[in-house]
Design a protein around this ligand. Structure first.
Ligand SMILES: [Zn+2]
Length: 137
């Protein structure tokens, strides 16, 4: 479990690991509760974090799941070939049909072995990514 701010979505991890108060709203990381005759600090809020890097890496440990990880490339390769021949996409039935992904592949920003991670977040969450760190996991 990772401690997080009670008032926001800041987690006390990474660059905030050594902080005792939220860098956004100054809320304290801990509250003090009485246990017996002692005052004990406990995190005000915690969240379960599952690092995605190791989860993705684990998909390449078996032949079958590694083959399945190539599904995006197989589908998008056929779509790109059709588009390059002047064709069109008849049915937009998959995220692979998105113009964002197709344009990234056309411009060489999305290579066959790349993994695409799609994240959906609540509107009130701002996400500060350390891209260098994210790309190395
Ligand atoms: Zn905060």
């Amino acid at each position: 479990m990772t401690d997080m701010c009670y008032e926001s979505y800041i987690a006390f991890t990474g660059p905030f690991l050594e902080l005792c108060a939220c860098p956004e709203c100054s809320s304290a990381q801990y509250e003090t509760v009485t246990q017996g005759n002692k005052l004990v600090p406990i995190p005000q809020k915690q969240v379960l974090t599952i690092p995605v890097g190791p989860q993705i890496q684990a998909q390449f440990w078996s032949r079958e799941s590694a083959w399945n990880m190539g599904h995006r490339h197989q589908v998008m390769d056929a779509l790109l070939a059709r588009l390059c021949e002047g064709g069109s996409i008849d049915v937009y039935d998959d995220v692979y049909c998105s113009s964002t992904l197709l344009e990234a592949a056309m411009h060489g920003d999305l290579m066959p072995d790349n993994v695409v991670l799609i994240v959906t977040l609540p509107l009130n969450v701002s996400l500060d990514l350390d891209l260098e760190m994210a790309c190395n996991t």
